[in-house]
Design a protein around this ligand. Structure first.
Ligand code: 48F
Length: 272
């Protein structure tokens, strides 16, 4: 065996993984922001929050982060962004190529691996293989998320979940807007939408969808913001297919909205 590999004890490897994982988990059971869903919108939100030293955790059901970005359009792994979306890809360092006026393309694999990496390096903690199955509500405000291993969901095992507390929750679960569906199921039609329920996404229309997604990125229940495709699903905007600028801009916007809440401290009385 080559000398440079040295001696390796399988039990040390096991201890290292178990100790480090549980330390990481324990450090993130009480956070500023919990993001449900590690697609392009959730990861972009996590990046912009972590960059400002906000303690942020991303919970992702799948083994892999990235949601619907990997496959570009219909498994052609290229994506399109408009000028504003290109600005965010540039900030991440993703290569963009002009196609025609106002349209740029990027390799979807380069885009999502880079965004994920930048979010981690900024300090966001991502937990994959964990599904959000419920919310904690105290006094008509969401105060955290209820989690379980995706494996229990897949195997339909009767196993009780665990919880994490968060000052703010972000629904970045994409088309199904799962956190909002849970809230409406548990507390009735009390979302800040016209019907109080998830309005449901409308048919594909890139131009309108990319505009409405930014208006729809907002607080949708006390303590809960919505971003990405979940925002258009919540407020009844169209889907927009493989143009991804709206997802990135929505992730950035939700981070700005939460940062403005975190940074505007409650007014205190001055003593003289
Ligand atoms: O679906 P997804 O990519 O949502 P997004 O960030 O971006 C939408 C685009 O991919 C595309 C589009 C572009 O125009 O329309 O569809 O809004 O990522 C959502 C992620 O959330 C995870 C899911 O596995 C995916 O990776 N997710 C969904 N529900 C849960 C969840 C849940 N209950 N718990 C944890 N993760």
């Amino acid at each position: 065996m080559p000398e440079k590999i040295g001696t390796l004890d399988d039990i040390v490897i096991t201890r290292a993984i178990v100790e480090r994982y549980f330390q990481k988990l324990l450090d993130h059971v009480d956070v500023d922001v919990a993001v449900a869903g590690g697609g392009p919108a959730g990861l972009t939100a996590a990046y912009y929050l972590a960059k400002e030293n906000v303690k942020v955790v991303v919970l992702e059901r799948q083994l892999r982060i990235g949601g619907g970005m990997w496959g570009g359009g219909m498994m052609f792994n290229e994506l399109v962004v408009q000028e504003a979306g290109k600005g965010i890809l540039n900030e991440f360092g993703v290569s963009c190529y002009p196609y025609q006026d106002g349209y740029h393309t990027a390799d979807s694999v380069e885009a999502i691996t880079t965004i994920g990496s930048k979010a981690c390096q900024a300090g966001a903690k991502i937990f994959n293989l964990i599904s959000v199955e419920d919310v904690m509500i105290r006094g008509e405000r969401v105060t955290g998320l209820v989690l379980n291993w995706t494996a229990t969901e897949v195997a339909k095992l009767h196993v009780d979940p665990l919880t994490i507390r968060a000052k703010w929750v972000v629904d970045a679960t994409g088309h199904p807007s799962e956190v909002l569906q849970i809230i409406q199921r548990k507390v009735g039609p009390k979302l800040f939408t016209s019907s109080g329920k998830v309005e449901g996404e409308k048919p594909m229309w890139a131009e309108v969808g990319e505009k409405t997604i930014l208006e729809n990125t907002r607080e949708v229940y006390p303590g809960v913001y919505v971003t990405g495709m979940a925002a258009n699903a919540a407020f009844g905007g169209p889907r927009m297919g493989p143009i991804f600028g709206g997802m990135l801009l929505s992730g950035q916007r939700v981070a700005e909205l939460i940062l403005s809440k975190i940074k505007s401290p409650a007014k205190k009385k001055c003593s003289v």
